[in-house]
Design a protein around this ligand. Structure first.
Ligand SMILES: [Zn+2]
Length: 156
């Protein structure tokens, strides 16, 4: 399942990438361009824009959409999870910045490329070839896991 998110759901797009989902997000494209990409790449449109949903592509069923109802991130993730019946678990396989796939890098190879404290305390590093960003499961990752814990809690 691949997605394209409109400008109103940028944060949600980032969190979906954390679960390994392919989510395209370009913050300066117009609706026409967005729909064109969605059609060409078979992406589900994630939007909060009711006007966008009036477009012919959605009316005739040639494009799929998810209309996000809530403005709270946790509820947005819950909606995606229940509507698409997919599990949402953080796995750090995709770049949060550019949606590129991450690959493992040897610790020795990145000496001097990440902050010294990080180098000292972390052992597993990932790299995005597309935008040359490094990733590791630092304290920030704990916060992310907590958010998904709430998302996946039953009856909430
Ligand atoms: Zn990247």
């Amino acid at each position: 399942m691949k997605f394209i998110a409109d400008v109103m759901v940028g944060r949600l797009a980032k969190y979906l990438r954390m679960t390994g989902n392919d989510v395209m997000y370009i913050n300066d494209i117009d609706d026409d361009q967005l729909l064109k990409i969605a059609a060409a790449e078979n992406r589900i449109v994630i939007t909060r824009d009711t006007l966008m949903l009036e477009r012919r592509e959605f009316k005739n069923g040639s494009l799929k959409s998810i209309f996000i109802k809530d403005d709270k991130l946790v509820n947005q993730l819950k909606q995606i999870k229940s509507e698409l019946k997919i599990s949402l678990k953080p796995n750090l396989t995709r770049c949060l910045v550019c949606n590129g796939l991450l690959s493992k890098v040897e610790k020795l190879d990145i000496k001097g490329k990440v902050p010294p404290y990080v180098y000292k305390t972390q052992n597993n590093f990932l790299f995005c070839k597309k935008c040359t960003k490094y990733y590791w499961r630092g304290t920030h990752y704990e916060n992310i896991k907590n958010i998904f814990h709430i998302v996946n809690r039953a009856n909430d």
